[in-house]
Design a protein. Structure first.
Length: 183
């Protein structure tokens, strides 16, 4: 197994293997950090610090879970710690009014889909921190409620409740993009 070989070399402080492992995962982990911290500089710092933690704790990694999932959890935990201890980094996003998107035909253009995706991410950013983090972990990162409860130190019920309330807020924020077609 190629990746397993690299990880074993990293455990033995092989610098070339560490650089290779870093290069394989740095872009993906940057995007994970950016979704939480909303700043390029903060995301880069968080990613770097998470890699340092990962290399220090690499002896704790076992191959029962994919390395990328293990590393992603370190990155997310580091981002959550940064959000907890540095409230200045959390930027409140002012309520914005959006014009409904008019689609001329039934087919959705790539530009329109990109705009919708951006609108969804903007709406997620508008959520209060208690909802935003659970929504990001569940909808974007793909964690289940058990994993979210472990990461955040809350009950699974609290995770479900925060997700439900966060999704309701998202629906309110995104209502304008439904172009008048609501159920």
């Amino acid at each position: 197994m190629f990746q397993g070989n690299i990880i074993e070399k990293c455990k033995n402080n092989d610098r070339k293997a560490q650089v290779q492992l870093y290069n394989n995962y740095c872009n993906g982990m940057f995007h994970v950090a950016y979704r939480f911290l909303k700043s390029v500089e903060d995301a880069e710092d968080a990613m770097q610090e998470a890699f340092v933690k990962a290399f220090k704790k690499l002896h704790q990694y076992n191959s029962e879970v994919p390395f990328g999932a293990w590393l992603k959890r370190i990155v997310i935990n580091h981002c959550l710690d940064q959000l907890k201890y540095d409230k200045n980094k959390i930027e409140s996003i002012e309520d914005q009014l959006y014009e409904p998107v008019e689609v001329e035909n039934e087919e959705f253009s790539e530009a329109w889909l990109l705009e919708v995706k951006e609108s969804i991410m903007e709406a997620i950013e508008r959520l209060s921190e208690k909802y935003r983090i659970v929504v990001l972990l569940f909808l974007v990162e793909g964690y289940d409620h058990k994993e979210i409860s472990e990461i955040l130190g809350i009950t699974e019920t609290a995770s479900r409740t925060k997700l439900l309330r966060g999704k309701r807020k998202l629906q309110e924020y995104l209502k304008v993009y439904s172009n008048g077609v609501t159920k």
